[in-house]
Design a protein around this ligand. Structure first.
Ligand SMILES: Nc1ncnc2c1ncn2[C@@H]1O[C@H](COP(=O)(O)OP(=O)(O)OP(=O)(O)O)[C@@H](O)[C@H]1O
Ligand SMILES: Cc1ncsc1CCO
Length: 517
């Protein structure tokens, strides 16, 4: 039988996690819930106790056809006839374990560097435990966290091997899907995730394991193999846009905005004008209720305070956990050290379906080659169109999401396709909050049209920018002040036309092309 590493349970007998319950009962519940492999890990018990518990555990796992591995102790594995062992870098060396164990025993190795991984592969390990992914209360001595970007780089270095791979460290319901799809390198992905507290420490280990198994099974994996570029690809995309706008208006999605106080009123009015239902809710604990409406969450860190990041994290966790779209607008990301730190913390702790920002902000999120922003403006642009398109494409590829880099020309990418949008009007750059409003509008479309995130965002962007063009063309609009009410009127006019099935607003208006990189 091929090794199924998808939901890999690592036990923990510490009282804070096990909470006085019997480990065998917890493991049995976890097996019922759908764990596919169990590692018995106990660093403190005496050999006699280890053998007694391992033997009981093996009775349980055998009942469910789940392999049992013993952490570190080859002797214990032999004593109870377990299916294999898991060895850390400081445990018995691979060759010695291989000699002692039966020929078909499973041997897994913990690795935190590519060098260790290559050695384990050369030795003949069945799978690698790769980590630590994130910080975790169960392992306090871990020095470095790979995160999903680090894991992706790690996997691409060993992509010529068929060795099994399991990520470990801080993985739970709220991040398991993004761990799986963000970590995937073009040629190799993770075969599973190792879970400790999210099952052993759960009130109901069976339900918790079942939920994790379901999330793993339903993880959308983006194909990263380059798609053959279809002729007229952009035309094909544009054809669907009026119908998607109509769908969004009919869905009347809730958009939960954690937004700066400068633009809150304008952004709420934009969302209302297009037919959505906005709520401005900066208190993170509210997200567990609000996410149940299956709308979208916008994190806009324009007026960051000392409490913002923890509020954002709670909300992102709630929306990620339910699989609802989250948009990140890292306003002023490169303006101060506090904001730069906030970017790192948020990017490490949650999944964003869309990251949108101006050039300075997107460069900061990308990491290298960042430039100092002066306030919330983009700062001096040093990138030409091709470079901006590449930045958007590379970030989307790294994060397995969609990136929108705004400016006089907007660049939108999902890591494969890159679309340049030339619609809009210079007045948009003269009114505060237009970029912020695009975050909210994108959320409405991502909530209503889930099968193609890039197309969802493109639909909202074109609605927004064509309305701006229509507003600026009114004879009574003389500048940014009179532009704003006219703009809201035009958003409303398009939404009204769209809901009646009138697509005239869109015919011949899109100034969009695909960027070839
Ligand atoms: N000169 C321009 N011509 C056409 N469209 C423009 C121009 N400047 C900005 N826009 C449009 O305005 C919108 C907002 O982009 P911008 O880059 O100004 O966002 P931002 O800096 O995040 O804004 P804010 O922080 O004020 O919300 C985008 O849709 C963009 O296409
Ligand atoms: C001007 C300004 N300052 C913080 S947020 C904001 C609105 C535009 O992003």
């Amino acid at each position: 039988m091929p090794l199924d590493l998808s939901l890999y349970l690592v036990t923990d007998s510490t009282p804070a996690i096990l909470k006085g319950r019997d480990l065998c009962t917890v493991v049995e519940e976890a097996c019922k819930g759908g764990v596919t492999i169990v590692q018995y890990r106990d660093k403190t018990s005496d050999t006699g106790d280890l053998i007694e518990t391992a033997s009981k555990l093996h009775q349980v796992t055998k009942k469910y056809g789940v392999p049992l591995l013993i952490n570190d102790r080859v002797d214990v594995a032999l004593a109870v006839g377990a299916e294999g062992v898991h060895l850390g870098q400081d445990d018995m060396v691979f060759e010695a374990a291989k000699k002692l164990l039966p020929k078909d025993a499973i041997i897994g190795i913990s690795t935190s560097t590519v060098e260790q991984a290559k050695k384990a592969i050369a030795d003949g390990a069945d799978y690698l435990g790769i980590g630590a992914m994130f910080a975790t209360p169960t392992k306090t001595n871990t020095k470095a966290f790979l995160g999903t970007a680090g894991t992706q780089a790690f996997l691409s270095e060993i992509s010529d091997s068929s060795v099994g791979t399991v990520a470990i460290g801080g993985i739970n319901h709220s991040n398991v899907q993004r761990v799986l799809y963000q970590s995937k390198s073009p040629a190799k992905g993770l075969d599973g995730v190792a879970i400790v507290s999210a099952i052993v420490g759960a009130e109901d280990p069976k339900a918790s394991a079942a939920k994790l198994a379901e999330l793993i099974k339903n993880t959308p994996m983006f194909a990263l193999t380059p798609q053959p570029s279809r002729a007229n690809e952009v035309e094909a995309l544009l054809q669907d846009i009026p119908a998607i706008v109509r769908k969004m208006v009919e869905a009347h999605p809730l958009v939960h905005n954690m937004i700066n106080f400068v633009v809150a009123n304008f952004v709420a009015n934009v969302a209302l004008s297009i037919g959505a239902s906005p709520i401005m809710a900066p208190y993170g604990d509210e997200a567990k209720d609000l996410c149940k409406f299956d709308g979208a969450l916008l994190i806009n860190m324009g007026t960051l305070t000392s409490e913002s990041v923890s509020n954002y994290q709670k909300a992102v966790q709630a929306y990620n956990g339910r699989g609802n779209p989250v948009i990140y607008d890292p306003v002023g990301a490169a303006a101060t050290g506090i904001r730069r730190n906030a970017v790192s913390t948020l990017m490490a702790g949650g999944y964003f379906d869309l990251i949108k920002g101006n050039e300075g902000e997107i460069r900061q999120v990308w990491g290298s080659n960042a430039v100092q922003q002066r306030g919330v403006d983009s700062g001096p642009s040093t990138l030409d169109g091709q470079q901006k398109a590449k930045l958007a494409r590379d970030l989307a590829r790294r994060e397995r999401n969609v990136v929108l880099l705004t400016g006089a020309v907007d660049y939108l990418s999902d890591g494969e396709r890159v679309i340049a949008v030339e619609n809009g009007h210079p007045y948009l750059g003269q009114v505060t909050g237009t970029g912020c409003a695009i975050g909210s509008v994108s959320g409405c479309f991502l909530a209503a049209h889930r099968s193609d995130k890039l197309l969802a965002v493109l639909s909202g962007l074109l609605l927004f920018e064509i309305a701006a063009e229509n507003a600026a063309a009114k004879e009574y609009v003389r500048g940014p002040g009179s532009f704003v009410p006219a703009f809201l009127d035009e958003l409303y006019a398009i939404r009204t036309a769209a809901s009646k099935g009138d697509d005239g607003w869109f015919v011949g208006r899109a100034k969009v092309h695909e960027v070839k990189l």
